[in-house]
Write a protein that binds this ligand. Structure first.
Ligand code: DQA
Length: 147
């Protein structure tokens, strides 16, 4: 089974971007850790990061027939992008949302996710570890859908 890990705007700057909020792990650090977790779960990963909304949508379209589900941190598009949610529903790709910070404890404009209603679930506020929990949760959900 192949699973996608999709990261949105500004997440390429993890490690140096507002470390008090997002921690000091880089995106590479997170993806390296996830590849070990994926191997232990017997799944293969596709990974992508893009800063543009249209680029993220194009990536999902490209993954439509390749991946079984997606772990996504859509960055600020989480709070605004109906187009990205539509891309998930249009491709019928199940997904788990992840956020490093606890978006519910931040500024009011960050407390709502427009993606969440279409998601399997969300992990937030647990820092870089949240990506592992999101991947484990997604793989378990996909396995139970199959059986
Ligand atoms: C984020 C939270 C978003 O509000 C923010 O725009 C990000 C990162 C997080 O991982 O905590 O870019 O998704």
């Amino acid at each position: 089974m192949i699973v996608g890990i999709l990261n949105g705007p500004n997440l390429n700057l993890l490690g140096t971007r507002e470390p008090a909020i997002y921690g000091t792990a880089t995106l590479d650090d997170i993806l390296t850790h996830l590849s070990g977790v994926a191997a232990s779960l017997g799944v293969e990963l596709r990974t992508a990061q893009a800063n543009g909304e249209g680029q993220l949508i194009d990536i999902l379209h490209g993954w439509r027939t390749e991946v079984r589900g997606v772990v996504v941190n859509a960055g600020a598009y989480t709070h605004t992008s109906l187009a990205l949610r539509d891309a998930f529903t249009a491709t019928a790709l199940p997904f788990v949302e992840v956020h490093l910070s606890n978006i519910h404890a931040r500024e009011p404009e960050r407390r709502h996710s427009v993606l969440a209603s279409a998601s399997i679930g969300m992990v937030c506020g647990l820092g870089a570890d949240g990506y592992e929990y999101a991947l484990r949760g997604l793989v378990r959900a996909l396995a139970s859908r199959r059986s």
